[in-house]
Ligand binder design. Structure first.
Ligand SMILES: [Zn+2]
Length: 276
């Protein structure tokens, strides 16, 4: 990301990627209005490793905030529950699930819950997967589109989990959740995006991704307390958004706008949740 406003010269059009003058009214190639975005179009080119570090950093900061707010009510019970923030604090910061969404109409928590974690092991496992999968997705789609996939998967995951929590179906392991947090819906979205790439490019790669998916599914069915519905919704959401992007189209500035829009939505979701 190049900081600062550009006042002269040319930039890449956020719509089509052709060179345009910063001050042009319209792009000559795709007819987009104000393609220089008032000189800020250059800021929409993200750096992959920086985005990955920022994602992990944001998750870590919110985990620390949740712990600090929990004070003496931090859970210490057992392996999975070690260093777990208070449930009320997580609800307040924007946990999702059937209870917040269908009983309190906090539908926007589909954007906030992915940034919250229920314990030290929970965040460490999710960040480990994020750290492993992000570079591969970013290499294929670019960091901005990876950010869009990551956040769209959270919407898909928490949407499905909350829906199944409120309106149960008789499929074992897909009970949905009354109350749910964690980056794993987004992580499963990255896996979904990679499966899409594998299916379009290399069957060996697709087989490798299927092995990850089967591992996560078995892990989720064996360990109690895993929100498999959120995983499935995130996986499907990531696959779907990746298929909209396709494997050949290059990343454009407009993808950076979508990524920033979703990030702003996430920040807003935490703030709105915390102020009501
Ligand atoms: Zn254009």
């Amino acid at each position: 990301m190049a900081f600062g406003r550009k006042r002269s010269g040319s930039v890449l059009c956020p719509g089509c990627g052709q060179l345009v003058g910063v001050r042009d009214d319209r792009c000559l190639s795709c007819d987009r209005r104000n393609p220089g975005l008032f000189g800020f179009a250059g800021m929409l080119r993200f750096d992959g490793p920086a985005v990955q570090s920022a994602l992990i950093g944001a998750n870590a900061v919110l985990f620390l905030v949740a712990l600090l707010l929990s004070g003496s009510r931090i859970g210490m019970g057992g392996f999975l529950g070690f260093l777990s923030p208070d449930t009320e604090v997580l609800y307040w910061l924007g946990a999702s699930g059937a209870v917040p969404i269908f009983m309190a109409q906090k539908w926007y928590t589909v954007l906030s819950a992915g940034w919250l974690h229920g314990g030290l092991l929970h965040i460490l496992l999710n960040m480990y997967w994020l750290w492993n999968l992000f570079p591969a997705v970013s290499r294929e789609f670019g960091p901005a589109r990876t950010l869009v996939i990551y956040q769209a998967a959270a919407i898909g995951g928490f949407g499905l989990s909350s829906l199944l929590g409120a309106f149960p179906i008789a499929i074992p392991g897909l009970g949905g959740a009354g109350f749910t947090v964690g980056a794993s819906a987004s992580v499963c979205g990255l896996l979904g995006a990679l499966l899409y790439v594998g299916r379009r490019t290399s069957s060996a790669f697709a087989r490798m991704i299927w092995r990850y998916v089967i591992f996560l599914a078995v892990f989720g069915l064996l360990i109690p307390g895993i929100d498999n519905a959120a995983h499935l919704g995130g996986f499907g959401g990531g696959y779907f958004v990746a298929s909209r992007f396709g494997v050949f189209g290059a990343e454009r500035g407009r993808h950076g706008l979508w990524a920033l829009g979703l990030l702003a939505g996430s920040v807003l979701a935490v703030l709105v949740s915390a102020t009501r």
